[in-house]
Design a protein around this ligand. Structure first.
Ligand SMILES: C[S@@+](CC[C@H](N)C(=O)[O-])C[C@H]1O[C@@H](n2cnc3c(N)ncnc32)[C@H](O)[C@@H]1O
Length: 233
C-alpha cells in the first residue's frame, strides 16, 4: 500500500500524470453531468481512496467498497472523506448503500487485472447502484487497452505480449451484459511508463502525451482509457 502511494503514484511518475489528467477530466464531467444536484459516489474497488479524493467537494456523499481491510485502513489514514465498506470476494453481489438522488459509480484499475467473475460482479454492483438511465453515470478505467501503441510495439519486438490487455469491444460487451452503453471514451496516455522513467525523455513524454490524449480519436489507441456509461433503459 505504501508502495502504491509513494512509488507508483509518486509525483512525476507515469501513474501520477495519468491521475492528474483523469482528475481534471472527471471533475469537468461531473460538473456538466450533474449541474443541479451533486451525485452520491460509489467507488468500487476503491483501494486507498485515490478516486474518491480526486472528486472531493463535487459529490454529495462518498462510499468506498473494497475487499481489502488494509487498503481501506490506508484510505482512512490518508483522510479520504467517505464511508468505507469491506465487501466479500465471493457470494452474493455486494449491495451499494441505498441513497436518494443521482449517483456516480467509479471503478479504477480493477477490470484489467481480475478474472471474469470479478468483472461480472463489479458490473452487477454498478447496475444495482444505477437501476436506470436517469440515476446517473458509470465511469470505468481500462489501463491496458489492447489496441494501443504499446500493443503494436510489443508485437513488433517479440511477437508476444507480457502484460494484461482488455479491448474496447470486451469492455463494451461486459457493460452491455449489465444494461450499460458507453456514452464517452477518453484516453489518458498514449505512451508507456518507460518514456516517463528516463529523465531525459520525461519532459518531452509528459508534454507530448498530454497533448496527444486531447486529439480526436486518440482514445482508440491510448494505453489508458476511461469509459463513461449510462444504463440503456
Ligand atoms: C490496483 S487497486 C486500485 C485501487 C483504486 N481503485 C485506485 O485506482 O487507486 C485494485 C483494488 O481492487 C480491490 N479488489 C480486488 N478484487 C476485488 C473485488 N472482488 N471486489 C472489490 N474490490 C476488489 C483490491 O483490494 C484493490 O484495492
Amino acid at each position: 500500500m505504501d508502495k502504491y502511494e509513494h512509488v507508483t503514484y509518486a509525483p512525476g511518475t507515469y501513474a501520477w500524470h495519468i491521475n492528474r489528467r483523469q482528475r481534471v477530466y472527471l471533475r469537468g464531467l461531473i460538473r456538466r453531468a450533474f449541474p443541479d444536484l451533486r451525485p452520491t459516489l460509489h467507488d468500487f474497488a476503491c483501494g486507498t481512496g485515490r478516486a474518491i479524493r480526486n472528486l472531493d467537494g463535487l459529490v454529495w456523499y462518498a462510499h468506498g467498497y473494497d475487499t481489502s481491510p488494509d487498503m481501506l485502513a490506508k484510505a482512512a489514514e490518508l483522510g479520504t472523506e467517505a464511508d468505507l465498506h469491506t465487501v466479500a470476494t465471493g457470494g452474493p453481489v455486494p449491495q451499494p448503500v441505498a441513497t436518494d438522488g443521482p449517483a456516480l459509480v467509479t471503478m479504477f484499475r480493477l477490470l484489467l487485472n481480475v478474472d471474469d467473475d470479478v468483472r461480472e460482479r463489479a458490473l452487477a454492483f454498478a447496475a444495482r447502484a444505477l437501476p436506470n438511465a436517469e440515476t446517473g453515470l458509470l465511469v470505468v478505467e481500462n489501463h491496458g487497452n489492447r489496441r494501443s501503441l504499446r500493443h503494436l510495439r510489443a508485437r513488433r519486438h517479440t511477437g508476444r505480449r507480457w502484460f494484461a490487455e482488455l479491448s474496447h469491444a470486451q469492455v463494451a460487451r461486459l457493460l452491455r451484459r449489465h444494461g450499460f452503453e458507453v456514452v464517452a471514451r477518453r484516453g489518458f496516455s498514449m505512451l508507456t511508463p518507460g518514456w516517463y522513467d528516463r529523465p531525459l525523455l520525461r519532459p518531452f513524454a509528459r508534454t507530448a502525451d498530454g497533448l496527444a490524449c486531447r486529439l480526436p480519436g486518440s482514445a482508440g489507441w491510448a494505453v489508458n482509457v476511461v469509459y463513461v456509461a449510462r444504463r440503456t433503459a
